[in-house]
Ligand binder design. Structure first.
Ligand code: UDP
Ligand code: MG
Length: 317
């Protein structure tokens, strides 16, 4: 099978007939063999009943229904597990992404050998309150990930080589950073295609302003896990050593200072009246806390089942 189109959807009943028709027209027109996997993320507006009817009329349309709303990442991850096509396309269900882009995305993966091609909504039809923060986020993500050629990490329209989706895990709300996850897994040939973006036709957006706070936290988490996930002590331990060391040096200095003053018969004051004492105290406690956190994190990562899972590209025997 050439293509699997994975569509996460939550209460998008009005859009689905138009969307599936359009995909069918484009893909049958180009003589692709394909499947459309609708992942219903716990809709309660009749989307699932409609998917059933669509499937009866055309069996290339398949469906998976969650028992409740788990989120877009969960829907994508489940769609990825089910996908059988050599190229996997993801797109939003709200008709903001155009199926006309699929053949070119497919060509980039199969002919230009990209692992992942992300859409770039160069001209967006979203409110300013969304487009401006999005620009900042993309700039931050580019810097932190080193994927310098992407303008739009969170575009719903993306294409993947099958191997990529079978080897990455999208969880929490990490769908915003799939190119980063793919890069950490070793799929580094990541490209971009300018895609048409359209205003939402039916229904309304499922993500509010909170996306900017959770998005930032996820960005920090993903880099922490990517860099130190397998060796957390290097992170906590380094900070712990520095803090503990600073605290110890200050403490020794205060003791020596006081002993000298006593021995010379000079005036001296209680250590508890010196600001330095409190700084040293905090530094030592913080240092040992960081250490303990590091030990616990090591134990956690040691018991992770995938602690020795590596993706092997080729072997010679
Ligand atoms: N979506 C989903 N589960 C959710 C929220 C959203 O499957 O919990 C789907 C939604 O139906 C749509 C896509 O994810 O197909 C993108 O959502 P939306 O259009 O609301 O996001 P925006 O375009 O505002 O970023
Ligand atoms: Mg949308």
């Amino acid at each position: 099978m050439d293509i699997s189109v994975v569509i996460p959807l939550y209460n998008e009943v009005e859009s689905l007939p138009e969307l599936t028709n359009w995909i069918n027209t484009v893909l049958t027109g180009k003589k692709f063999t394909y499947e459309i996997i609708m992942v219903d993320d716990g809709s309660n507006d009749g989307s699932w009943e409609l998917i059933k009817t669509l499937h009866e009329n055309n069996p290339v349309i398949k469906g998976i229904k969650f028992r409740r709303n788990y989120g877009k990442s969960a829907a994508l991850n489940t769609g990825f597990e089910a996908a059988q096509g050599n190229v996997v396309i993801t797109m939003d269900a709200d008709l903001q992404d155009s199926p006309d882009e699929i053949p070119e995305l497919y060509r980039k993966i199969t002919e230009e050998k990209y692992d992942l091609v992300s859409g770039w909504k160069a001209k967006r039809y979203d409110p300013l309150s969304k487009t401006i923060p999005t620009k900042l986020y993309n700039a931050a993500t580019r810097r932190m990930s080193g994927i310098n050629n992407l303008h739009d990490f969170n575009c719903g329209l993306k294409a993947y080589r099958k191997e990529v989706v079978k080897n990455i895990e999208v969880y929490g709300e990490m769908h915003r950073y799939i190119p980063v996850i793919a890069k950490w897994a070793g799929f580094v040939k990541i490209g971009e295609q300018i895609v048409e973006h359209r205003p939402r036709k039916y229904g309304k957006t499922k993500f509010g302003m909170s996306r900017f706070i959770t998005g930032l936290l996820d960005l920090i988490s993903i880099f922490f896990v990517g860099k130190f996930g397998k060796r957390p002590m290097h992170f906590f331990g380094t900070l712990g050593v520095l803090s503990f060391f600073a605290g110890t040096v200050i403490t020794i200095w205060m003791i020596v200072d006081k002993l000298m003053a006593i021995s010379k018969g000079l005036h001296y004051r209680d250590v508890t009246t010196q600001p330095l004492f409190y700084i040293a105290l905090v530094a030592v406690i913080l240092g040992s806390q960081l250490f303990l956190t590091g030990f616990v994190a090591e134990l956690v990562s040691r018991s992770a089942s995938e602690r020795n899972k590596y993706l092997i590209e080729e072997t010679i025997k």
